[in-house]
Design a protein around this ligand. Sequence first.
Ligand code: GLN
Length: 489
Amino acid sequence: MKLYEYMGFELIEKIRKKEIKIEEIINSCFNRINEVESKLHSFVKLNRENALKQAKLFDSFLGKKKKLGRLSGLPLANKDLICIKDFPTTCCSKILESYIPPYNATVINKLIDQENAVHVGNTNMDEFAMGGTTENSCYGPTHNPWDLERVPGGSSGGSASAIASGQAIFALGSDTGGSIRCPASYCGVVGLKPTYGRVSRYGLIAFANSLDQIGPITKCVYDCALLLEVISGKDNYDSTSVNVQVDNYTEEIKKSIQEKVIGIPKEFFSEGIDNVVKKEVMKSIEKLEELGARTTEVTIPHLEYAIATYYLICMSEASSNLARYDGLRYGKTSQNQEGDIYDVFSRTRSDGFGREVKRRIILGTYALSAGYYDMYYIKALKVRALMKEDFQKAFDQCDILASPTMPSTAFKIGEKIDDPLKMYMDDILTCPINLAGLPAISIPCGFNNENLPIGIQFIGNYFEEKVILNIAYKLEQELNIFRKMATIK
Ligand code: GLN
């Protein structure tokens, strides 16, 4: 077995026992990158030299006065919208092509400086995290390791594909309406979107502030729990981060799930959801019943308005957030400086943004404009409040909700690119969770007859990450498919 094939927690043990060196793991991942990256395009920029230097440094910590952190030098892939000091961070947008952050995001300080992960590179994504396929990147698409003709999901598609192919052991993603869980589902890996406020957003380049959260993408639930433990907590640099105790997730996952009540929201299993996906998800729920959990049907009546509400809110927030990219305050200025300042702004933005980003800025600006504001934006906020209520009523009857993560398995690259509405519909089971601010995880629960992974989603109440991790861990142990890796042809 090659080192890149191991789980993170297994490698940590090997390092602690001095069976292997961190340098060997980093080399194993870079060898894997040499083998498969040209087929997958998971990364937009590698940090090879620095990674090897860091590995040597961290190797020297072991057994010395300076203690090695909990992540023990394991390779970390970072989504290209989380700032790392002096390393280009572009959001996969032409407009930020030459942006080099002067500071670290809080999560990066925690993962690298405090707990000693090694950054191997930044991963591909939909431009400014707008999309669900990683096709909207100015660097071109990422491919799904299970079938190179298919999308890896998005927007954190590069991170999920890097983990599924063994090019890194840990990855970060961000999730505004499903961007961690969707690619985790399509690539057969684990992805968790924390409660809004659980993880600091300081240093995360914003798409829609009231919905964005950073979260882990890993090969297994234990690794996910470990990463979440490290990145969670109140941060004085992010006033929306919340001072709620961070649980010991890596211990909590092992608890019994006897008598836990799983709510089945009936709308999440409706007509538009692929039958094979539904069948596999239901089989997993039955497995959990065999382990002692109980189930009950619940209802989220406002689900039918989720897509409209989510897109109104995220586009409105995006239009305001992205106003700063004018070539003067931020971003690459247009070469052509003719005319007045507005001409230059307009050319800069026309050249710098891709089609989907422009579409969202235009629609968001429209929704926020005088005369339409109450009809669209305010209305969307009201529906958002109703959705939150739906979930709270559901949680009166159960500890956790279970559903498919995505309505289908991964589809072909190019299949939906010209049909944004079809693309938006795919977020139906993930975006309501962001609207409510709840935590949710996606883990692989089976494969369809084309050997494409299927994801099951567990949704928890506020700050109950420990409950969703616990159920996910028990199911993972029972199904025992998490070691299966894609053969990249
Ligand atoms: N697919 C969704 C969108 O396009 C989700 C994006 C995200 O979570 N960043 O907005």
